[in-house]
Ligand binder design. Sequence first.
Ligand code: NAD
Length: 280
Amino acid sequence: MSGSVTSLLKPSGEKPKMDLGSKGKVALVAAASRGLGRAVAEELAAEGAALVLCSRNAETINKTAREIAEATGADVLALPCDVSKTDDVIGLVQSGIEKFGRIDILVTNAGGPPAGKFESFSQDQWEAATRLTLFSAIELTRQVLPGMKERRWGRILNITSIAVKQPVDNLILSNSLRAAVTGFARTLANEVATFGVTVNNIMPGYTRTERVEELSRMMAEKEGITPEDFIARWEKEIPMRRLGEPREFAALAAFLVSERASYITGTSIPVDGGWIRALM
Ligand code: NAD
């Protein structure tokens, strides 16, 4: 058996460097003008990947793309695309393939569905949220998967939420639909495993993005407290007693979509400072 195990140590005993092997890969990161999507795009660009980025607004996604390209030298294609619209998603993937020849890595993402309790949402709102959170991940996957299978290499990573493990009060749309994304991804992972395609999810906890800043300002104003006091309530529930930073989330994302993560599939990993109390 000993001969069949590849040693990481070089014969000289020299310590190997961590090379994620993402140089030259083409990564499509959805909903990437800011927040978690942008942080993942930045990290992948720094690893040497070429990028296809989108968000709904052409001006904002172009600005993000310019900034990432200037900072990293990466080749970046930016396009406006509403991921809840099937035709937009088809056009996005086609444009990416026209420019780069293929999509090796897909990171699905979208804005979060609105907060609220069961009785505050109509059937139309459930349908809109389903298009935004579940169908966007499915359609993006549908468009990139055939090429990945053909080349026998692919990485699909969905940004979900800690709500998958432990529902968050007042977020019934998000709690329900992210569970659906998780069921989809877990099932697909087995279907495509022999093609060298992995499917994983990251569950972000409270992470300091623009959305979280906006949300804390809004909620604080409603309650007549400061945004800092409002955030302090969240921090009390987090063993690390602080919000996460987008780059801490992106570090795991870059690993999971890399060559180095070739034997990890069908999993959901939290980046939450310990917020989820479950054993597994
Ligand atoms: P954010 O609002 O800061 O960024 C969202 C990005 O998505 C922006 O670039 C926006 O332009 C884009 N976007 C929104 N709707 C889109 C659409 N229909 N089509 C294309 N692009 C669209 O949000 P974030 O904090 O980075 O969160 C990203 C995702 O992760 C959200 O679904 C959020 O609910 C989820 N999440 C975030 C946290 C957190 O603490 N930040 C925690 C758990 C889950």
